[in-house]
Ligand binder design. Structure first.
Ligand code: ATP
Ligand code: MG
Ligand code: MG
Ligand code: MG
Length: 560
């Protein structure tokens, strides 16, 4: 590829809207351009990187027996209604109607589709296990799309689904995927950590997230130097809640479909992070009512589950509520059910004055929880912090920030039951298929690679996913000797299978070097006066900046 023809419009200025380095560099180096909030064009350089990541993903999925297919993006509502997720997904789901008024959505994930797809075809234990996957654009109308490709509304995901006869089979499939994921991120040249994860909204039990370690990561993780314990902090802090003796056992908080994190609630409302939270839950005839009290910990790290039909009481200070366009006592839809916001100053009073009800636009006032509602759960939730004893071995734990690039997840029979996906076992008995779901954010992985590999001059691509391996740069294009040598090396490198860009533009050498560093080619091959007069070609590594000199006839071997 000749730089004069490469469509990579670079920017000299850092665009103001880009908060994180991967977003800034991808805009500046001409990798992406925005179409709308969280929706991007992938320009040729980005597309080359994405195809390389996809290739690695495909090879590792195939190696474990995964079979690639492609499901529709536009999905009918009925299958989502069958599992209940049409309601649970809330505003994150892009919805549309066809000309007949029928409901559809743009697929945010494909458990419903894939289960519906196989349920009528897979009938016998002989057809299991089965692993199907696709690499496809996913659509999630995120509350706040941001950080460029890290949190988009349209993004590329690899999603694989496993179908097994029983839990032992699921364990095997899960372990295969766990291994495949480790291989994918290792091959991509990333520093990552698998951590125990909270199953969150998808439901089921048993899950790991693959976290690329980076300060800009949205997730807090905790890990132990003494043993292999590592977890998403959301998971780590979920130690058993104390339930008062009179509270019925089923009121202990547990995973339920529709789980939302407080972070999601806070983010939706545009609230700043508050510190510590005390959770109080009251059982009402309308469901569980939660109240949060400010304290020492970061509210964004705290997870509270809602039983379907529960109400969140969320507090914040008046100013941030006003900024979020809401007011004390406001009740609005947030995708789960309803939310009531109570101002910070009134939070204590609130206990006696306001509680929420699971009816739109209505709430109770002047309620006395002790009198009118039975306290169900009272618990102080404390996050694990740096230096706390490891829950597994007692050694002090460390904390880090991570970017979730992938997640593996045991679903058990959550979807197969709801959608009636069964098979006949050896004895002719009908059994429910046992499932797992496994996602990798392809576009997010590209962003994470940049978050982890950059310097003041630009991107430093891990070789395996770099858009090109090398740039050949004639220092002075007007010099015939340099130009000819550069052309010759360019042709030889390409013939040797090196993906190479020849910077044949009539730009000053400084501009070409700057662009090469910005784009992040792993090798810069400089053809200057010395290359011609002394037969010395300079090869400089982008990472580490090591310089090697080769005679022109050995340069191709040296670079390969
Ligand atoms: P997050 O916690 O960041 O919202 P998630 O847990 O909702 O992600 P999954 O449902 O586990 O995401 O999807 C699988 C993978 O898809 C994630 O691990 C992530 O790499 C990627 N992904 C999810 N949401 C987005 C997004 N909005 N933009 C880009 N990639 C995403
Ligand atoms: Mg999400
Ligand atoms: Mg997540
Ligand atoms: Mg996830």
């Amino acid at each position: 590829m000749r730089a004069s023809q490469l469509y990579a419009p670079t920017l000299r200025e850092t665009p103001a809207e880009a908060e994180v380095i991967s977003h800034q560099l991808m805009l500046r180096a001409g990798f992406i351009r925005k179409a709308a909030g969280g929706i991007y064009n992938y320009l040729p350089l980005a597309w080359r990187v994405l195809k390389k990541i996809e290739k690695i993903v495909r090879e590792e999925m195939d190696a474990k027996g995964g079979q690639e297919l492609l499901m529709p993006i536009v999905l009918p509502a009925e299958m989502w209604q069958e599992t209940g997720r049409w309601d649970v997904y809330g505003d994150e789901m892009f919805r549309l109607k066809d000309r007949h008024g029928r409901d559809f959505c743009l697929g945010p994930t494909h458990e419903e589709m894939v289960t519906t797809l196989i349920r009528d075809e897979v009938r016998s234990y002989r057809q299991l296990p089965l692993m199907l996957y696709q690499i496809q654009n996913k659509f999630r109308d995120e509350i706040r799309p941001r950080f460029g490709l890290m949190r988009g509304r349209e993004f590329i995901m690899k999603d694989l689904y496993s179908f097994d006869r029983d839990e032992a089979g699921l364990d095997e499939s899960y372990n295969k995927m766990y291994d495949a994921y480790s291989r994918v991120f290792t091959r991509c040249g990333l520093t990552f950590r698998p951590v125990e994860a909270d199953p969150g909204a998808i439901g089921g039990k048993g899950s790991h997230e693959f976290m690329v370690i980076a300060d800009s990561g949205e997730a807090a993780i905790v890990y132990c130097g003494g043993c292999d314990y590592a977890a998403n902090v959301e998971k780590a802090e979920l130690h058993p809640l104390e339930a008062p003796a009179e509270a019925p056992a089923e009121l202990v908080l547990k995973d339920t479909p529709g789980t939302k994190t407080i972070a999601a609630v806070a983010e939706f409302l545009g609230l700043p992070a508050a510190k510590t939270v005390k959770t109080l839950a009251y059982l009402t005839d309308k469901g569980l009512v939660f109240a949060l009290v400010r304290g020492d910990h970061d509210v964004n790290e705290i997870k509270v589950q809602n039983a379907v039909g529960a109400i969140f009481l969320q507090m914040a200070d008046e100013a941030s509520l006003a900024a979020a366009g809401t007011s004390p006592g406001f009740m609005g839809p947030i995708g789960v059910k309803d939310v009531i916001v109570v101002a910070d100053a009134t939070v204590m009073k609130m206990y006696n004055t306001v509680v929420g009800a699971n009816e739109p636009d209505r709430h109770y006032v002047n309620v006395n929880p002790g009198r009118d509602f039975k306290p169900a759960v009272v618990a102080d939730i404390r996050l694990i912090r740096e230096g706390d004893p490891c829950p597994r071995c007692g050694e002090p734990v460390k904390t880090a920030r991570g970017i979730e690039v992938g997640q593996v997840f045991k679903l058990y029979t959550k979807y197969s039951k709801a959608l009636n996906a069964t098979y006949l076992d050896e004895n002719g008995q009908e059994q429910t298929i046992v499932m797992g779901t496994y996602g990798i954010g392809v576009t997010r992985t590209m962003a994470a690679a940049i978050e982890q590999n950059n310097d003041a001059n630009g991107i430093i691509w891990p070789a395996a996913i770099a858009p090109f391996h090398a740039a050949v740069i004639p220092v002075n294009n007007a010099d015939q000797g340099q130009r000819e040598l550069a052309e010759k090396l360019y042709a030889e490198l390409a013939a040797a299978g090196v993906e190479v860009v020849l910077d044949d533009r009539d730009e000053r050498a400084g501009v070409k070097f700057k662009d090469a560093d910005l784009i992040g080619y792993p090798l810069k091959v400089t053809i200057g006066a010395k290359a011609v007069s002394e037969n010395k070609v300079e090869v400089k590594t982008r990472r580490g900046g090591e310089v090697h000199f080769f005679p022109a006839e050995e340069a191709v071997e040296g670079i390969k």
